[in-house]
Design a protein around this ligand. Structure first.
Ligand code: ADP
Ligand code: MG
Length: 242
């Protein structure tokens, strides 16, 4: 029973995305501060000293990881809904992830088309970032990150696939659950929760297929912005060929 109550509280805590961020970041900062304070003691053995420094650094890394999962593209001004070019936004996020991809020997392949969707730019980028970052992290010994854009049933399809470690059925089912991570202290278990929320807010859907040791395929479907429907069939064909 106790476990269940704690989980319910956790769900409650993240139900308001913005409000939860300061809380999420404050926890590791407070912990880091605590261990720094312990370092001030005079009689500490070198081992203890080393241990406290390591924990403090881990906590600071955690605070940084949380900021990455929530706020990479955040700006001071409130966001507005606008028309977004899917190709441009994807390219922006790839640019940002290039160093991480190179570090993991991950090759990035794209088949992009400039379809228009509506949404908040920062949120959409954050969503793409969290998915692509997971894909790269699933390939520590190299592989291929593929991003494919197409149209399916009046929706823009964005398919992000990797040739990484893959997931079990149980793991797929737990995706998006707050704090679910298999990455130990390196993970926050918040990235996919943020993704699910953003896709939902954009009236989209997400579909995940994965096979252990083979890789993972994340498909996002987002409503096509209305101006596409106004094009003639000839124009649509031209547009899709871009
Ligand atoms: P984090 O990345 O901090 O662990 P996420 O919410 O982003 O948190 O992801 C949760 C978990 O889902 C990961 O720890 C991992 O086990 C699994 N996961 C997500 N994406 C992938 C992927 N592309 N390949 C394999 N596992 C994945
Ligand atoms: Mg992640």
């Amino acid at each position: 029973l106790r476990k269940r109550i704690i989980r319910a509280e956790k769900m409650e805590a993240v139900s308001h995305l913005a409000a939860s961020i300061s809380h999420e970041i404050r926890n590791p900062l407070t912990a880091a501060r605590g261990f720094m304070q312990l370092l001030e003691q005079h009689h500490l053995s070198p081992e203890k000293r080393k241990q406290y420094v390591r924990i403090a650094i881990e906590e600071l890394d955690r605070a940084e990881a949380i900021i990455t999962d929530y706020l990479t593209f955040a700006k001071p001004a409130p966001e507005s809904v606008e028309k977004l070019n899917v190709k441009t936004e994807i390219e922006r996020v790839i640019d940002l992830l290039r160093p991480l991809a190179n570090m993991n020997s991950v090759e990035v392949k794209t088949t992009l088309a400039p379809f228009t969707i509506t949404g908040e730019r920062e949120k959409f980028r954050q969503c793409l970032l969290n998915i692509m970052k997971n894909a790269i992290e699933a390939m520590p010994n190299g592989g291929v990150l593929q991003i494919y854009v197409s149209i399916e049933k009046q929706h823009v399809l964005i398919r992000i696939s990797d040739t990484g470690i893959g997931m079990t059925k149980e793991q797929i089912e737990r995706l998006g659950e707050p704090y679910f991570t298999t990455k130990g202290i390196k993970g926050t278990g918040l990235g996919m929760m943020v993704v699910y929320r953003i896709i939902e807010s954009m009236n989209g859907t997400i579909h995940i297929e994965s096979e252990i040791h083979k890789g993972t395929e994340v498909s996002i479907y987002l409503p096509l912005s209305s101006n596409f429907h106004n094009l003639t069939n000839e124009e649509k064909k031209l547009f899709m060929a871009l």
